[in-house]
Design a protein around this ligand. Sequence first.
Ligand code: FAD
Length: 408
Amino acid sequence: MPSTTYGGATDLHWQGWSRTTNDQGRIRNVITVDFLVIGAGIAGASVASELIRHGSVLLLEAEDHPGYHTTGRSASMFLEFHSDATLRALVRHSRPFFDSPPQGFAAQPILGNRGVLFIARSDQLNSLARIIDKNYEDPARVLRGDHRLAVSKHPALRPESVAACLWDPDAMDIDVHALLHGFLRAFHQSGGQLQTGERVTALRRDDSCWKARTDKADYRASVIINAAGAWADEVGRMAGAQKIGLVPKRRSACIIPADTINVAKWPMVGDVDEEFYFKPDAGNLLLSPAEETPMQPCDVYADELEIARAVACLEAATNIRVTRKIGRQWAGLRSFVEDKMPVVGYDAKADGFFWLAGQGGDGIQTSPALARLAAALVMDEPVPDDLASDGVTREVLSPKRLTNLKNS
Ligand SMILES: Cc1cc2nc3c(=O)[nH]c(=O)nc-3n(C[C@H](O)[C@H](O)[C@H](O)COP(=O)(O)OP(=O)(O)OC[C@H]3O[C@@H](n4cnc5c(N)ncnc54)[C@H](O)[C@@H]3O)c2cc1C
């Protein structure tokens, strides 16, 4: 696999480089940086763009291009909707960045209007009441109604299949490609370097310095930032770090061709118990069975049975009939620890090893706030004021909360 740099320039602020020999006696360059970030998904790209203000940063990505795994496979939604107040705060405090990113960050707006309609059958009315109470900071912001509200917001819904619904007008589409490449561009313009096609295969700490090995080179860094997504526990194991008990969970999606129907302005529709959801995607419909199937970290594929189940749900809830071949199908791994909160902070066992993992289904929409928080904690600074004043603490996200796990 080719190893590429972002944008091709090499205006770096490396601490330096030297040469060593590997086990076969071949000479290998050793590059030394302040911060080595493992994984160029949204987590690694966003934190690298923050850390570059504090020193030299190298971002290493195993695949040929950034965002290849979960980041490139999401439903791209911004939704201030979560049962946990800290996660809601992280979403809320990401919004100003999305609305007004730094100059030159992206050629187009990061967010686009969408809206989401949560629908409930008559046997799901309790679930609807529960999510209004638990998942919204300000329930007055959303509208509750019956099938008439549902059909007024979404012309394809069948009135007889919707007993009640919830309309959240503030849900937005996120342009994930523009966001990821905005972070990478900012990182690169400040002297950061992205190396793709380089998988970290070994980590060792000597003399207060980390040594990382890939099949191409050796690196030395004062701090390792583990932003390896579904592989974060594997990377932690290489470093002799604590186990955080990360469980990657598959979620499939597919494209339903819209033929001649103009779906562009339709809102997202989600079943209130997360049995399926669908939303417009580049003139067609993105449909997901919203499953959460535990998997080993891998290049995951869509599950055809789950896709078939989602199609059945779509046909039951709407007038849409899937008569043509389903388009592209894919799946991504949403990774969770036991309490389903992100893991952000220094490891309990391995000095200078920092976790930025476990973002589950919220890693895109929380990335600006999480990256600022992570960079502050890497530098041993306090939680940024705006997050602290909204109840975000280092303890609630610290990996140290997970130290009681077996084999930690
Ligand atoms: C179907 C689906 C829908 C979703 N919808 C939304 C949504 O609407 N809104 C939202 O906010 N979130 C959503 N998410 C969740 C979101 O996509 C994730 O939380 C986020 O992408 C995680 O980013 P990451 O950078 O941690 O992981 P990844 O994007 O997986 O990046 C980790 C990177 O680390 C690299 N890596 C691993 N090991 C190594 C190694 N040893 N050396 C070098 N590199 C390594 C991998 O190759 C990978 O590129 C969704 C996810 C799915 C699957």
